[in-house]
Design a protein around this ligand. Structure first.
Ligand SMILES: Nc1ncnc2c1ncn2[C@@H]1O[C@H](COP(=O)(O)O)[C@@H](OP(=O)(O)O)[C@H]1O
Ligand SMILES: [Mg+2]
Ligand SMILES: [Mg+2]
Ligand SMILES: [Mg+2]
Length: 353
């Protein structure tokens, strides 16, 4: 019998919901010494660590045998110099794990009032994210704050969780606390959760995990109007390459720049016509937690996600997607045209050197 993954989706939404409460409260109170610079020079905040601890703890309670590929590890927190940050993370994670949440379906997956975790338990929870990945069996991916740079700027970021089974994403949940609920009606405020289960469609929910709205990428009437979605950070994705592709397609709309997998969610709501992420240089490999939930969301909303060779992303290669051929996500009708334009531009650039 096929698995429905209903329980997995429910747990994932509940975990992301609690993590969004945590990250929003951290942003309000974030102080300067609560950010570290990692080995690859990227920032990580107390919010990233605490949210990974929280999500991992909930997963451990409900699915104790499932391995986790998580972005963060606790090594910087286990040393003496990490004590202040560690204490803050433990208190943030416990607050979020034990908070009684009001509206919405919030079954307490072994958390809730009186269920404080020790420092060791929470550091171990973070480090359970050290799984190497691979092509077989079940595994979760956690990106506790995707778009940390956007988070620090007070702009877009996303709490991202997915379940991968035998290399295929089966469940994806993306929490976007700063994304407008309805882009056509800014007065409705911000904050939404996006969720998809393989074969069961994609939905937008409230930040409480309620009021589902089905997501379907709207068809595009003219290529001129295709708005490209791209990273804010030019170091993460080539803006100039995207400009060439836009020109090749005759696109007139200016690109919409946004941090995090909120781009995938926005594409599903028709706020942009294509998400294009081409490498800026050699060496960087895309991480599976940066794309797994976004990929299933787009596919379940009727779209297509490939690399620039037109191949599906391979989530079975380990913690990364392997050799970096970029990412193209778009509605079915637009994807083939963007892919052709990307390959044309690649050919022109090659001919130049
Ligand atoms: N050189 C690079 N090329 C592509 N992606 C990169 C990169 N350096 C970092 N990233 C990734 O880009 C992600 C953010 O994507 P975006 O630019 O779309 O907001 C980061 O996620 P985190 O913020 O979770 O670390 C990080 O994993
Ligand atoms: Mg990071
Ligand atoms: Mg990320
Ligand atoms: Mg992150």
């Amino acid at each position: 019998m096929a698995t429905s993954y209903a329980q997995e989706e429910k747990v994932a939404i509940a975990a992301v919901r609690r993590a969004c409460v945590l990250t929003s409260s951290v942003f309000e109170k974030l102080i300067k010494n609560e950010t570290l610079v990692k080995g690859d020079k990227s920032p990580v905040t107390v919010g990233d660590f605490a949210a990974q601890a929280l999500i991992s703890t909930i997963l451990q309670n409900v699915f104790p045998n499932d391995p986790i590929v998580g972005e963060e590890d606790a090594s910087d927190l286990r040393v003496e110099s990490g004590k202040a940050m560690r204490d803050r993370i433990i208190s943030l994670a416990n607050d979020a794990l034990t908070a009684p949440l009001a509206a919405g379906d919030d079954p307490l997956w072994g958390v809730g009032p009186g269920k404080d975790q020790s420092a060791d338990e929470l550091l171990d929870a973070i480090d359970r994210g050290n799984y190497t990945g691979g092509s077989q069996g079940r595994m979760w991916t956690i990106d506790p704050i995707d778009g940390t740079k956007g988070f620090l700027r007070g702009e877009q970021y996303a709490v991202c969780l997915s379940l991968i089974v035998d290399s295929k994403v089966q469940v994806g949940v993306i929490g976007c606390p700063n994304l407008p609920i309805d882009p056509a009606h800014p007065e409705k405020g911000v904050g939404a959760i996006f969720s998809a289960v393989r074969g069961k469609g994609a939905r937008q929910l409230s930040l409480e995990g309620t009021d589902p709205i089905p997501l379907r990428i709207p068809p595009i009437t003219s290529l001129e109007a295709v708005k490209f979605l791209e990273s804010v950070e030019a170091a993460h994705s080539s803006h100039s390459f995207n400009d060439r592709v836009s020109a090749a397609l005759g696109v007139k709309a200016t690109p919409l720049r946004m941090d995090s997998q909120a781009k995938y969610a926005s594409l599903c709501r028709g706020e942009g016509g294509a998400y294009l992420r081409m490498p800026t240089g050699v060496g960087y490999k895309e991480k599976i937690w940066d794309h797994a939930p976004g990929q299933i969301l787009v596919e379940e909303a009727g779209g297509v996600v490939t690399n620039s060779r037109g191949e599906p992303l391979d989530f079975g290669l380990g913690r990364t997607l392997g050799e970096n051929y970029g990412v193209i996500a778009a509605g079915k009708d637009v994807h083939s045209q963007v892919l052709a334009a990307v390959q044309k531009v690649q050919g022109e650039l090659k001919a130049k050197v």
